[in-house]
Design a protein around this ligand. Structure first.
Ligand SMILES: *Cc1c(COP(=O)(O)O)cnc(C)c1O
Length: 367
């Protein structure tokens, strides 16, 4: 089976470096908020071109903390896309704010600005733009849109590590950028981990308090915070993995470019190609097909694993059924959810496996 993720095939040099990193943390005797976290925060923020990085427990907490550190909470509305991971919406709920769901541009799967415009009310305080599948588009337009309407712009960068658009790295357009280092992400820990990056020192300060029980100094609590610290052991392993990220991203790009040029089956389309190659880090390669479930069955039969990102848009998830949304409806998100199919695009794939995936897709005959 050609798998969507295959960590066991990672290079032995990388595995060795991870083991050394673990050993160094164990030998240091410092397991929480020590030197490795500070070092990884400094390195990740610098790669993102941001002044500050605040390591947290996971990507969802990064979004909650970014919202709360920007002063967003009860009584405020936050507009985001219905085509995202549930964590994006859950983070808004946990901040106390009210999520409002916008529709997507069918060509890219990304949040549609006209839809967001229809979602705005006097209570709207922020927009969360999700760089879905690793694509970053239109960010100058989003920055201008948010500035014109006095809104905080949060980037959900969980799928777009070090994507670059017009010289700016993911996380650099928004007031904050929120990363997940969940194992399957382009940069993944050996467990849960996350970070928010920002150029706003007051947001960074508040985020540091919020992740640590809302504590301003030892045993003095100014906020109702979280326990959402990045562990030393994950920070140390992420530092070790960081060295491999450029190579892995390059490999994802090579695989995607083979798919763009070689997948030719009628009725199957690759999601929009990036105009700027660097603005897509190919976390996922997504096909669309009106016979999606048959295509997935066919691929499984010939030994190719697939996944669906995502089979149910947020507004159709049970806890979200009553949520405010684009008054025109969310038809593009609904249609995308029934047509999208993610095929393997992970950096461990060999060329021959990539061509086997191509042949498998091209041999699909819908009945
Ligand atoms: C993975 C993901 C998250 C959540 O990250 P966790 O680390 O799992 O909490 C949020 N948004 C998107 C778009 C994601 O893909």
């Amino acid at each position: 089976m050609i798998l969507m993720n295959d960590f066991q095939r990672e290079p032995s040099e990388l595995r060795q470096a991870l083991l050394h990193a673990c050993e160094a943390v164990i030998n240091s005797g410092q397991y929480i908020l020590g030197g490795a976290v500070r070092e990884f925060e400094r390195r990740w923020a610098s790669l993102c071109g941001s002044r500050e990085g605040v390591g947290v427990g996971n990507g969802m907490d990064a979004i909650e903390i970014a919202l709360r550190a920007s002063g967003i909470g009860v009584g405020n509305e936050v507009v985001t896309t219905s085509m995202t991971a549930f964590a994006t919406v859950l983070a808004v709920l946990r901040s106390g704010a009210t999520p409002v769901l916008g529709d997507i541009d069918p060509a890219t799967g990304l949040l549609d600005m006209e839809s967001v415009r229809r979602c705005l009310t006097s209570r709207t305080k922020a927009v969360i733009v999700v760089h879905l599948y690793g694509q970053m588009r239109n960010m100058c337009a989003w920055r201008t849109f948010c500035d014109e309407h006095g809104l905080v712009l949060i980037e959900d960068c969980a799928q777009a590590h070090l994507a670059r658009l017009e010289g700016v790295t993911s996380g650099g357009f928004g007031n904050s950028g929120c990363f997940s280092f969940y194992p399957t992400k382009n940069l993944g820990a050996i467990g849960d981990a996350g970070m928010l990056v920002t150029n706003d020192l007051s947001v960074a300060d508040r985020a540091r308090m919020l992740r640590n029980y809302g504590q301003v100094e030892r045993y003095r609590h100014e906020y109702v915070g979280l326990n959402s610290r990045l562990d030393e052991i994950h920070a140390a392993m992420l530092i070790a993995k960081l060295e491999w990220l450029p190579r892995f991203t390059e490999r994802r790009r090579e695989i995607a470019s083979i798919y763009y040029s070689e997948i030719k089956c009628r009725g199957i389309e690759n999601l929009a190609q990036p105009q700027e190659p660097e603005a897509h880090v190919h976390h996922l390669h997504v096909l669309r097909c009106s016979k999606r479930d048959q295509l997935a069955d066919h691929l499984k039969r010939v030994g190719v694993q697939t996944l669906i990102h995502y089979p149910l848009p947020m507004h159709l998830q049970r806890p979200c059924l009553g949520f405010a949304r684009d008054p025109h409806g969310l038809r593009n998100a609904e249609e995308h959810a029934t047509h999208c199919l993610s095929i393997p695009c992970q950096p461990m794939l060999t060329d021959s496996e990539v061509f086997r995936v191509v042949d498998a897709v091209n041999s699909f005959r819908s009945i």
